[in-house]
Design a protein around this ligand. Structure first.
Ligand code: SF4
Length: 243
């Protein structure tokens, strides 16, 4: 393993690596990251279609890496059922950061925080747990794709995150929805059945609705507001670990 968490050096290296990795296939990128970062390479799963693709791909490659699950305790029943099927089939080593219960959040912040202040709700239930969960790791893979929303259009296959102090790896950055669907069908991989009834992007129950084919893929998340991201994929220049 080389230089797993180089920080300042990483910023300078990121641009060059992004160019080098851009032509590579998703499998090659996973292989490259596993070689470079070893046991300090992890995957986050939200149990949407991209999670299905990546856990299958890693299994096919014989790469066993930790899977960080950010369970907000507000997922759909179908999401939990999909999680159970994938964990069993691929014998996943799931890491779950601690999180306050929804009841505790109601007591501390008032009821239905997601209606009044979704950014704060996402910070409590997603961002802060992820910051803690990533502490032991040097690189983090996720299923982000450029076509999911305008906020992800400029995604690189690898980038340095000042905020989290890790490399971020996006093996599916150049895949579209059809590619993901086809890969799942051909390989007969378990996937979240909500995708079959119009949920093109799936998060927490209070903040997710089905998305029409003529809408952007993530239009059903926080619909009616200008919020596009839960916050975990926003790279602030300030490192939250330093706060
Ligand atoms: S997606 Fe909604 S319910 Fe889930 S953490 Fe964010 S604001 Fe809260």
């Amino acid at each position: 393993m080389i230089n797993p968490k180089p920080d300042a050096a990483a910023v300078a290296e990121a641009e060059q690596l992004a160019l080098e990795l851009e032509p590579l296939q998703a499998e090659d990128i996973l292989h490259w990251a596993a070689e470079r970062f070893g046991e300090q390479f992890c995957l986050t799963c939200s149990w949407q279609r991209q999670s299905s693709v990546l856990v299958h791909m890693l299994s096919e490659l014989g790469l066993r890496i930790d899977v960080i699950e950010l369970d907000t305790e507000l997922f759909f029943r179908e999401t939990y059922e999909t999680r159970a099927r994938l964990v069993e089939r691929y014998d996943l080593n799931v890491v779950r950061p601690g999180i306050i219960s929804v009841a505790e959040q109601h007591l501390q912040e008032g009821p239905n925080l997601w209606e009044r202040d979704p950014d704060r709700c996402c910070h409590i239930r997603k961002v802060e747990p992820l910051l803690r969960a990533l502490e032991p790791y040097a690189a983090w893979a996720s299923g982000l794709r450029r076509g999911q929303s305008p906020s992800r259009a400029g995604l690189s296959k690898i980038q340095w995150s000042e905020r989290y102090g890790v490399w971020r790896v996006h093996p599916l950055a150049d895949w579209d929805e059809k590619h993901v669907q086809a890969y799942i069908a051909v390989n007969e991989i378990p996937y979240n059945p909500l995708h079959d009834i119009g949920y093109r992007s799936i998060g927490c129950i209070p903040c997710t609705r089905p998305t029409r084919p003529d809408e952007e893929e993530r239009a059903g998340r926080w619909a009616g507001s200008d919020k596009l991201e839960c916050g975990i994929h926003l790279d602030d220049s300030k490192t939250e670990r330093d706060k």
